[in-house]
Ligand binder design. Sequence first.
Ligand code: DOR
Ligand code: ZN
Length: 346
Amino acid sequence: MTNSLTIARPDDWHLHLRDGAMLGAVLPETARDFARAIIMPNLVPPVITGVQAAAYRDRILAALPEGADFTPLMTLYLTEDTDPADVAAAHASGLITSVKLYPAGATTNSASGVSNFDNVRGVLEKMAEIGLPLCMHGEVTDHDIDIFDREAVFIDRVLDPIRRATPGLRVVMEHITTANGVEYVKSNPTDLGATITTHHLIINRNHILVGGIKPHYYCLPVAKREEHRLALRAAATSGDARFFLGTDSAPHLDGAKEQACGCAGCFTATNTMPLLAHVFEEDGALDKLESFASLNGPAFYGLPVNDTKLTLRKSATATEFPAKIDTPDGPVTVFDPGYPIYWSVA
Ligand code: DOR
Ligand code: ZN
């Protein structure tokens, strides 16, 4: 039995840090284990311009704990008014690592996202030209499309047409939740990658709905049937370089989740690496954890692998993770897999 695993320090290729008091409370949870993270721009108001991204990066760096070794990789929130020249300048200066596309209305703070994809063609063409990846929230928002089908329909109606119309555009399908997403990535060998969250490897839709509604398991895209979770597990643990970790750790105050219209998001920053060690060990793939969490993401983004290390240890007694993180505005619940975890970060 393996009781210890040392890997290159991991990165999180999809993370929500928020701002202000929440940023101060959740940033140490990620900076403890991760060297870098792609920072989502869905603040209120969103991070749309290079000037706004630079200011947000400065606020993140100012909130880092003393001595932390963490680099935020900034993104711009794509709107129908985004200026291709501003995007190109932010990329050329090294400020941004990707641009984020939210279909308008798809999720938290996505109202300024894209409704008419023709109106962002100029930006996408510029991104293809300069080699700047596009991170996509892959769900349609049509009211007549069932929420459990929105990812699969997005692939056919939006993602595939955009990729065909924009040769050379590098796309990350974010937080894929379906076998359809896995298959689409596998059948399109160039310029396409996908992130997978920790929680989608652990829960299916029963976890949200059976025996009472569990608001802390509600996120978007919503967890699907068990067969889809198994497809995600197979993709993540395969070592295939096109699949990499993006936790989508998305903190909301408990009061915002535990109510009649609760917010979407699972907060996994605190315990992601021990949870992943459990998942990969369960699937007999501990030797692939480094690929998923530390190697495949940098390879896709053309960045170096971190030269520092992270060691995970397994002990005979279950690890005690905090149930909640305190913020000045109230608690945030840490994702609970529902079973004991024996791994911890050394
Ligand atoms: O569950 C989610 N939470 N999915 C998203 O796409 C956004 C995120 C958030 O910002 O809370
Ligand atoms: Zn997200």
